[in-house]
Design a protein around this ligand. Structure first.
Ligand SMILES: [Fe+2]
Length: 237
């Protein structure tokens, strides 16, 4: 599986590639957004590439348009769940995709009371709910004699003490660390932590888990023995 992961900053290089050279993205299976990106940008990616799509929201509202698109519309909302490009927000949910389970945690650490900010205990509650969903999926697969699905976690905020920063808005969640130790995902994608530029990779390994700061646009190839992360600008160059 090859994931095109995006977060926090628009990638004009990616937009150009989709318009002028889309065949270079032919082997991408799924688009994953780790938050803080415009609805319009995400819809452009999904419409342009016509791929499966997962997203969580960051600490900034989806309708809070960035530098490029006009602020037009909030993501479509139904029964309290936001939709982008026809897909529901993955926050607090688990979705099966191919031989993988995708689990999502949006938002950031609480710092000024605006939308999509959570205290440690609020996020821990969401983590427990996700753990129950994972257990249910695993039980169902076992009962049906299916192969155990590997876990991919998509969060906006980082894990405590891994890629996080000391200021309150950018602190990582301790409950994420406990969840990672327990659930052993093989891949954890996060956003929220801005790097010097989009071509920088920030990757850590904790036991069986590879943790990737997606900032900008990264292609993550998990089909090989070791996970490979590439900044999009290197495609075909
Ligand atoms: Fe953020």
């Amino acid at each position: 599986m090859k994931i095109l992961a995006v977060s926090d900053e628009l990638s004009r290089g990616l937009e150009t590639l989709i318009v002028n050279d889309p065949q270079k993205l032919d082997d991408i299976d799924v688009i994953v957004s780790c938050g803080d990106l415009d609805t319009e940008y995400l819809e452009f990616l999904v419409d342009g590439m016509r791929r499966d799509f997962f997203f969580i929201r960051g600490n900034h509202p989806l309708e809070n348009s960035g530098e490029y698109f006009e602020p037009q519309k909030a993501a479509f909302s139904s029964r309290g769940v936001r939709y982008v490009a026809g897909q529901p927000d993955l926050h607090g949910r688990v979705a099966a995709y191919k031989n993988y389970l995708f689990a999502g945690f949006g938002g950031s650490m609480w710092y000024n009371g605006e939308e999509n900010q959570y205290s440690e205990s609020e996020m821990a509650k969401t983590v427990r709910s996700v753990e129950r969903s994972i257990a249910w999926y695993r039980l169902r697969d076992k009962f049906l004699g299916r192969q155990r699905k590997e876990l991919v976690v998509v969060s906006h905020a980082p894990i405590a003490n891994i890629h996080d920063l000391p200021d309150r808005p950018h602190k990582g969640f301790k409950c994420f660390k406990a969840f990672m130790d327990k659930a052993s995902p093989f891949l954890w994608l996060h956003g929220h932590i801005h790097l010097a530029n989009q071509y920088t990779n920030q990757i850590s390994t904790e036991g069986p888990t590879t943790i990737v700061n997606v900032f900008g646009c990264k292609i993550i190839d998990v089909s090989r023995k070791s996970i490979q992360v590439t900044a999009h600008c290197y495609i075909g160059s």
